[in-house]
Design a protein around this ligand. Structure first.
Ligand code: BTN
Length: 323
């Protein structure tokens, strides 16, 4: 087991532990204990008091995700093929794709308390502090050819919004293709990664990062979390369960009927419609006015009086601060 996790487990009782005592208990040097504490503080954003003569103490209680409670809250039966909670990993999407290659079934879920290399869209990094948010990946298998999956990421965004609304949140918006927004700030992001043959079947790792209880710690002003919106800390198990319930329902519908039945819900939450936007590609940026989405989920961009559909690119609204 990773040394940082071992030290964290020893500190979970909230009591002071001396460096020497921890070292003896874990069979490591005092310097290794110090290094692990430093990692927990700096990389995992955990608050640990270090008091000379007394040692180290976890300054906050951490409620970890509970697979039983999540399953119960989801109301799902055997279709939730497997549910694994990792204390730390590099990326739940990467782990899930690895599991898929080794034969994991559709409906397998991996959650983590911390990701050291969380993946965001367009090669960005997804910041993943320990124990505060949800980092969830769900494996889903589609028989269809890749072209039939065009609107999938928009469908997933609908599931996320439904779960958050079921938890009592309101005023949520969607920024194409799948960012969940609240009052012009980003609440959740979605990253789909696929493996398969052009003609199918496809295995898709549906990765969702949802900011839950960041308590403002290290948070960019362009981001928001569930706690800020509802004014109280949120129960992450309940949220994860609701998320899974809505994901399974939306994915089953999408598999059968495509994006069409979900379009009205997406359009009703479109935050960029009729606003000036920039559509960014690695090599160029297009400017225009967003005119909603077409039936395949492509962004309609009006430029020089002509409206064209775009299936890729990153939308930013004029005032946006680097999301
Ligand atoms: C975005 O850039 O908006 C998408 C972010 C997706 C982050 C999630 S967290 C769980 C899953 N595992 C990853 O490495 N990334 C996704």
């Amino acid at each position: 087991m990773n040394t940082a996790i071992q030290v964290l487990q020893a500190l979970r009782d909230g009591q002071f532990h001396s460096g020497t005592g921890l070292g003896r208990e874990l069979g490591i040097s005092r310097a290794a204990v110090w290094k692990a504490v430093h990692k927990l503080q700096s990389e995992w954003a955990l608050q640990i008091d270090a008091v000379s003569g007394r040692g180290y103490r976890l300054a906050e209680s951490i409620g970890l995700l509970d697979a039983g409670r999540i399953r119960q809250a989801s109301g799902l039966g055997p279709q939730l093929a497997a549910l694994e909670i990792l204390l730390a990993t590099d990326s739940t999407n990467r782990r899930l794709l690895q599991a898929a290659a080794a034969g994991a079934s559709s409906g397998t879920v991996i959650l983590a308390e911390h990701q050291s290399a969380g993946r965001g869209r367009r090669g960005r990094r997804w910041e993943s502090p320990f124990g505060r948010n949800l980092y969830l990946s769900l494996l889903w298998e589609f028989e269809a050819a890749a072209s039939r999956l065009a609107g999938l990421s928009l469908a997933v965004a609908i599931a996320v919004v439904r779960a958050l609304e079921a938890a009592g949140l309101s005023g949520l918006g969607l920024k194409w293709p799948n960012d969940v927004w609240w009052q012009e700030r980003k609440l959740a992001g979605i990253l789909l990664e696929m493996r398969g043959e052009v003609s199918g079947p496809w295995q898709v790792a549906i990765g969702i990062g949802l900011n839950v209880n960041m308590c403002g710690i290290g948070m960019d002003p362009a981001w928001v979390d569930v706690q800020t919106i509802q004014g109280a800390p949120a129960d992450r198990d309940l949220l994860a369960g609701r998320l899974l319930a809505e994901l399974f329902a939306v994915l089953a519908r999408f598999q059968h009927d495509g994006l069409t039945p979900l379009l009205p819900e997406w359009r009703a939450r479109d935050v960029s419609r009729n606003r000036p936007v920039a559509l960014q590609f690695p090599d160029r940026t297009l400017h225009g006015v967003a005119r909603g989405i077409n039936g395949d989920g492509a962004l309609l961009l009006e430029s020089d009086g002509i409206v064209k559909p775009w299936h890729a690119g990153e939308v930013s609204l004029r005032h946006e601060r680097g999301i």
